[in-house]
Design a protein around this ligand. Structure first.
Ligand code: UN1
Length: 506
């Protein structure tokens, strides 16, 4: 095809097109028709990706160590240009990636499009931030007679371990940040989504990242463990469960040699508070989006909804009504709202949780799902928020009623989860909103809107407490944590050698 569209915006998809790219009139076709036709015609590489052995994992780290020298000396402008080229390639092949995200990741069209856009945004945002941070040294103020400069440089080999729920965006976000900062990278994607990772690595190589600077190692947690245990690594960036983050942290701590930093973005038991002044239609819409979109398989997703008693019955009824409209099924069908969960193990875990909730809580709503790896959306009402003790990674919403006087208890219950990733607030009382924001340490707070889909460079994303170490992905402080800093102080008053050095002479 000649007409490779950029990633369309949702509104564009329904706008009638009267001309094809060659200017030939064809009537009422829409960009959506064209995109769907392209996705259908796409032939993503679905060949299995073999697992690496622990020896291969070790060899990848050695090769990345050798690649570090050249890549860390490559000018930041060149590194940034490669990332921008990667964004361009992603966009020009969007149909191919959407098809792969649907086939391997179970993504609906909506989710695949947002993910593709997020992936391209990460590449461009880190390129722009990287030019600022790494493009030149910062002259520091100081006394006359000396010059002081601060420079950021790559650390060495970074291990990037990424999850299956954003197999393209989070994979590329981690890898491009580490590369932009001048590190070489060994990337270990989730074992459920190695094909998307293989494509993404091929794309980065094509965009100008040297093969020696970026290596892919596939396999499950054992391969991840083999990588983090390697002696010569300079940092680890990880997105996944809190439990695995702790395990990595222990592995790093047990090693001799330099202290190796871990950047971890982990789970959440995310809450939303809706008081009696909230707009019920908007709450229903935002709750359904936050709890059930992506089949609830986002670390940002809503798990625990606190509703003020006075409006609770009506609110729950409206949410159930909105949830009833959701179509669950084949992600390749454009009418589908909720696709499958990632694998059978996930389905079994979620089914077990649903069974437990049926005996411990009040069921308000159960959707219908087709046979296979699907989990229908469920709404349960708990007596107490403490009944939910772990992150349940699927389309299951838990509701708790509260009285206006006990908002303090709600905030305590949120703090007691010890996670602090996302929080939703629906209220029209400014004092309530401010008091909540002031009280909690949650990383991303969303007021009077849904609480998923953080936009790169707009809503820097990441949590505190059990939810992660920071810094926030897609935010201005992210890249610096992948780097070392070097301060150079030169006595400019000294005669001879120093003055010559400053003048750039030998
Ligand atoms: C994750 O689900 O692992 O804001 C994190 C959002 C996404 C969440 C990504 N950035 O919904």
């Amino acid at each position: 095809h000649a007409h490779h569209a950029r990633i369309p915006l949702p509104g564009d998809l329904f706008a009638p097109e009267r001309h094809n790219s060659a200017g030939i009139e064809f009537g009422e076709r829409t960009a959506l028709d064209r995109l769907l036709a392209d996705v259908k015609a796409a032939t993503p590489d679905l060949k299995p990706v073999p697992d690496a052995t622990p020896e291969q994992a070790g060899a990848a780290v050695v090769a990345a160590r050798a690649g570090f020298a050249g890549w860390s000396r490559t000018p930041a402008w060149t590194r940034a240009a490669a990332l921008e080229q990667a964004a361009h390639l992603l966009e020009s092949r969007s149909a191919q990636y959407i098809a792969l995200l649907q086939r391997e990741g179970g993504k609906t069209l909506d989710d695949a499009l947002s993910e593709l856009r997020e992936a391209a945004d990460f590449c461009r945002y880190y390129a722009a931030q990287g030019r600022k941070l790494f493009g030149s040294e910062t002259a520091m103020p100081g006394p006359t007679g000396e010059s002081n400069t601060l420079a950021l440089r790559g650390r060495g080999v970074f291990i990037a371990i990424s999850p299956w729920n954003f197999p393209l965006a989070i994979f590329l976000g981690q890898v491009t940040a580490a590369l932009m900062a001048g590190n070489s990278v060994v990337a270990k994607p989730a074992e459920q989504t190695p094909r998307i990772a293989r494509e993404a690595v091929a794309l980065l190589h094509e965009a100008g990242i040297p093969r020696s600077a970026l290596h892919l190692v596939t396999g499950d947690g054992r391969i991840g463990a083999a990588l983090t245990a390697q002696p010569d690594i300079a940092g680890v960036v990880f997105t996944g469960s809190t439990e695995v983050a702790r395990h990595i942290n222990r592995t790093l701590a047990a090693k001799d040699g330099p202290i190796v930093p871990l950047i971890a973005e982990t789970g959440g038991i995310n809450a939303m508070i809706a008081d009696a002044t909230a707009l019920p239609e908007q709450v229903a819409d935002d709750v359904v989006t936050s709890a059930f979109r992506s089949a609830g398989q986002r670390c940002s997703a809503l798990r625990l909804l606190f509703v003020q008693e006075d409006v609770a019955d009506r609110m729950i009824e409206m949410i159930a009504g909105a949830a009833r409209e959701l179509k669950i099924g084949d992600p390749a069908d454009v009418a589908t709202h909720v696709g499958p969960v990632i694998d059978n193990e996930a389905k079994q875990r979620l089914d077990a949780h649903i069974a437990r909730m049926k005996s411990e809580a009040r069921l308000h709503f159960a959707g219908t799902a087709p046979q296979g790896c699907f989990v229908a959306p469920h709404i349960f009402e708990l007596r107490d928020a403490g009944q939910l003790t772990e992150e349940v990674f699927g389309p299951i919403l838990h509701v708790v009623r509260y009285r206006a006087e006990t908002l303090g208890h709600v905030l305590q219950a949120i703090e007691r989860t010890a996670y602090a990733l996302t929080l939703g607030v629906h209220s029209r009382i400014d004092d309530t909103i401010e008091a909540i924001i002031d009280r909690v340490q949650v990383g991303n707070i969303y007021v009077n809107r849904n609480m998923i889909g953080a936009v790169v460079g707009v809503q820097p994303f990441g949590g505190n407490g059990l939810s992660g170490t920071g810094p926030k992905a897609g935010g201005p402080h992210y890249l610096a944590r992948f780097a070392t800093e070097q301060t150079v102080t030169i006595n400019t008053a000294a005669a001879g050698g120093n003055a010559a050095l400053l003048a750039g002479e030998e």
